[in-house]
Design a protein around this ligand. Structure first.
Ligand code: LP5
Ligand code: MN
Length: 243
C-alpha cells in the first residue's frame, strides 16, 4: 500500500484542466491509498471557509468523498491557503496539521511542511507571513463579508506583486542550514515539502548520517505526486487528463 503526497496545485475556478486532473487523481488514485497528504497551496488563494462558490464546493466535495470512503486525508496550510480552517476540516473530514508535523512512514520518521518557512533569506515574505498569521487578524478577516474580503485580497495581491519580481531565485529557495536545523530538531532522516516548485530528491550527509529532502513539484503543466511505500518512494509526474 502507498501513501501519497501532493502540493502546489494552485487550484481556482479558472484552472479547469488542473481541477479535472486533481479530481481524476482523487477518484482513481488517492481512493486506493493508505493516506493522502496535501502539503499546502492546494488553492491559488483560499479566501475563507465561508466560500460558497461552486468551485469551493466542488473541491470540498472531493475531499469528503475521499475521507468518507475511508482514506485519511491530512492538510498542511501553504502561503496561499493559510485560511483553510476548522470548518473546512469538519465539512470535508480532513485533518488539519500544524506548520511542521512528524509522521511515521512505514517505520521511517519524516517531517512534513509546506516549505515557505525554510526560505529564511526571503525576509520580506517572512515578515508578511508573520502579519497574516496573527490569530486576531485572521479572526477579524474571517468575519468580514465575502465581497469586502475579495477587495482586500486583490488590493494586497496587487500591492505585493512587484516585490516578488525583485527577488533572486536563490533567495526564494530553502536555506540548507535551516533544513538541517529543522531535521535535527525532530531528529528525522526524511523531510518532505513543496512551495519552491523545484521537484527533486536531495540527499546529503549531516555528521555521518544520510538525510533525504524530497521536494514536491507544482501542477502547472502536469501533476506531481510523491508515492511512498514500505520499501521505496517515487517522485512521479502525471499527464493532465483531457476532458
Ligand atoms: O506563492 P508565490 O510563489 O507566488 O509567492 C510566495 C510569496 N507570496 C505570497 C503572497 C500570496 O500569494 C498572496 C497573499 C494575498 C494575501 C491577502 C491577505 C489578506 C489578509 C488576510 C489577513 C488574515 O505568499 C512571496 C515569496 C514567494 O512565495 C517565495 O517563493 O517571495 O512573498 C512575497 O512576494 C511577499 C512580499 O515579499 C511581501 C511584501 C510586503 C508587503 C507588506 C504588505 C502588508 C499587508 C498586510 C496584510 C494584512
Ligand atoms: Mn507556496
Amino acid at each position: 500500500m502507498t501513501t501519497l503526497f501532493i502540493s502546489d496545485l494552485h487550484l481556482s475556478a479558472s484552472t479547469k484542466k488542473i481541477n479535472d486532473s486533481f479530481i481524476t487523481f482523487m477518484r482513481e488514485e488517492a481512493i486506493h491509498a493508505d493516506a493522502l497528504y496535501v502539503l499546502g497551496d492546494l488553492f491559488e488563494f483560499w479566501i475563507g471557509d465561508d466560500d460558497k462558490s461552486d468551485f469551493a464546493s466542488l473541491i470540498r466535495q472531493e475531499f469528503k468523498r475521499l475521507t468518507q470512503s475511508g482514506v485519511p486525508c491530512y492538510f498542511t496550510q501553504g502561503n496561499r491557503d493559510f485560511l483553510v480552517g476548522k470548518r473546512f476540516a469538519k465539512e470535508t473530514g480532513i485533518t488539519l496539521l500544524g506548520d511542521e508535523t512528524v509522521i511515521d512512514l512505514y517505520g521511517q520518521q519524516a517531517v512534513i511542511l509546506h516549505g515557505d518557512t525554510l526560505c529564511t533569506r526571503d525576509v520580506s515574505y517572512l515578515k508578511f507571513r508573520e502579519k497574516v498569521h496573527q490569530p486576531w487578524l485572521q479572526w477579524i478577516f474571517n468575519r468580514i463579508p465575502m465581497f469586502i474580503k475579495k477587495k482586500i485580497v486583490s488590493k494586497v495581491q496587487s500591492d505585493i506583486k512587484d516585490d516578488k519580481q525583485t527577488k533572486s531565485l536563490d533567495i526564494m529557495d530553502v536555506t540548507q542550514s535551516e533544513v538541517e536545523r529543522v531535521m535535527g530538531h525532530y531528529n528525522v532522516p526524511v523531510m518532505i515539502h513543496g512551495h519552491t516548485h523545484r521537484p527533486k530528491v536531495h540527499t546529503f550527509d549531516v555528521e555521518g548520517q544520510i538525510k533525504t529532502r524530497i521536494v514536491l513539484g507544482d501542477w502547472y503543466t502536469q501533476g506531481s505526486v510523491l508515492a511512498y511505500d514500505k520499501n521505496n518512494f517515487d517522485l512521479q509526474h502525471r499527464p493532465f487528463v483531457t476532458k
